[in-house]
Design a protein around this ligand. Structure first.
Ligand code: FAD
Ligand code: UDP
Length: 398
């Protein structure tokens, strides 16, 4: 009998598996319907021997010391600061928009002070800032919004920025200095030997068994377990009872080129040309030396694997209904990007999983205490090792 069945071997599932196995000595079965661990962070050496990210570029960055230190137990790191260029008006310019972007785009020689004044002069007053259009036009005005954000967002999401919650374009800052890093987090690094190698270490505990190519429905009733951690899409878990939640998908087209470098930066964004949004060259991310190089094009699409929850009010309303159901489902914990319908980065998912683990540990501790306080009918006390925690009645994710 397994103590926990964990559905999904991405960050959410694998962190929970590791914690439950190593800290609470629980027996864990982790399964995934894909043929690999690591979820969307999966990387592998392709036929040419280049390390690539199957599901698009994954760059690790976090401000959380706890998350960084936790993952550092399972990997060494390669310091890496991500930089992106955008193809606009026939030039490649830094994105996030910064001082150099403006100078290059308009052939100017502004200072940081000037560019601040420039942004203020073109910014539109929007009150309240509600949508992804509002965020950008209230910071840098309509012209830059149209050059950098409107068409990229239409491609990526299949809808206008005015129809999307402000949280989407808020992910990309605007700067008046020359800092051209995509992220400014305290910790920015890539797992030295890749993500999959890090997941192999996470899951290497003897209490953890891994089963791939398996949807959890296939083993229900066949393999006994006490509680479940579910990291798949929440609407699917409940048989789409309240309707389908919208997810945006992508098609990844990978290519290997017979040259050692292809792009002038790790990623080039194409807001206004092509059906794809961006091209990534993996060797920038991984630091691998190789005579060939591998790139990936991202083509957004409505159907396919669910990658991005779509932050819109009607989706939030449907999700809230599912969340109520999830909270009322005994013995099942919902965690991760798909199960809690949140546009989370990897570090946020790790933090969410660590928080859930603390809740589970606390719950088990209090149940243990209760059982010790309440004498058994024959007067003996129950010991931790014999304790059958049973269904907790808690389905809350975080
Ligand atoms: P997932 O990784 O999706 O894992 C869930 C797993 O559950 C999947 O492997 C799935 O096969 C399995 N599963 C689902 N249903 C079932 C079932 N019924 N039975 C069995 N198994 C099932 N984050 C960053 O921090 N930096 C980045 O640069 C970054 N780039 C990204 C780029 C793209 C294109 C995408 C899509 C995401 C990116 N992310 C990035 C986000 C990152 O991928 C997620 O935060 C993280 O992978 C979420 O982990 P998870 O465990 O919640 O979900
Ligand atoms: N975005 C844009 N133009 C860009 C980069 C980003 O319009 O050049 C918008 C787009 O809506 C995108 C969002 O900002 O979905 C968040 O960008 P990010 O790079 O964080 O997207 P992710 O890496 O999560 O796909």
């Amino acid at each position: 009998m397994f103590d926990y069945l964990i559905v999904g071997a991405g960050f959410a599932g694998s962190v929970l598996a590791e914690r439950l196995a190593s800290q609470l000595n629980r027996k864990v079965l982790i399964i995934d319907r894909r043929n690999h661990i690591a979820g969307n962070a999966y990387d592998h050496y392709n036929e040419e021997g280049v390390l690539v990210h199957k599901y698009g570029p994954h760059i690790f960055h976090t401000n959380s010391k706890e998350v960084f230190e936790y993952l550092s137990r399972f990997t060494a790191w390669r310091p890496y600061e991500h930089r992106v260029l955008a193809s606009v008006d026939g030039q490649l310019v830094p994105i996030p928009i910064n001082l150099d972007t403006i100078n290059k785009l308009y052939g100017l020689n502004l200072t940081a002070f000037d560019v601040d004044g420039f942004f203020k002069s073109v910014a539109e007053e929007v009150l309240p800032v509600r949508t992804s259009e509002d965020v950008v036009v209230s910071r840098v005005g309509r012209e830059l919004y149209e050059k950098f954000f409107r068409n990229y967002t239409r491609k990526q999401w299949g809808m206008d920025p005015s129809e999307l919650d402000k949280s989407v374009t808020s992910r990309v800052p605007v700067r008046t200095n020359r800092d051209d890093r995509y992220f400014t987090d305290t910790y920015q690094a890539m797992p030295l030997h890749g993500y999959t190698a890090m997941f192999e270490k996470l899951l290497a505990h003897p209490n953890i068994k891994i089963m791939l190519n398996t949807d959890y429905h296939e083993i229900l009733g066949l393999i006994p377990f006490r509680e479940m951690v579910y990291t798949g899409p929440v609407d699917e878990y409940f048989g789409f009872k309240y309707g389908k939640l919208r997810y945006r998908s992508l098609e990844f087209r990978h290519e290997t080129l017979d040259k050692s470098v292809h792009l002038p930066a790790a990623v080039v964004n194409y807001p206004n040309e092509h059906a794809y949004t961006r091209i990534t060259e993996f060797k920038y991310l991984t630091g691998q030396q190789h005579p060939k190089t591998s790139i990936v094009y991202e083509y957004p699409q409505a159907e396919g694997d669910p990658y991005y929850p779509v932050p819109r009010p009607e989706n939030a309303a449907i999700y809230n209904k599912y969340k109520k159901l999830a909270d009322a489902t005994p013995g099942v914990y919902f965690v991760g990007r798909l199960a809690t319908y949140k546009y989370y980065n990897m570090d946020q998912v790790v933090a969410q999983a660590l928080t859930l683990f603390r809740k589970i540990a606390e719950l088990e501790r209090s149940e243990l205490l209760d059982s010790v306080k309440k004498p058994r009918p024959n007067g003996s006390k129950q010991h931790g090792a014999e304790l059958n925690i049973g269904k907790s009645g808690y389905g809350e994710a975080v």
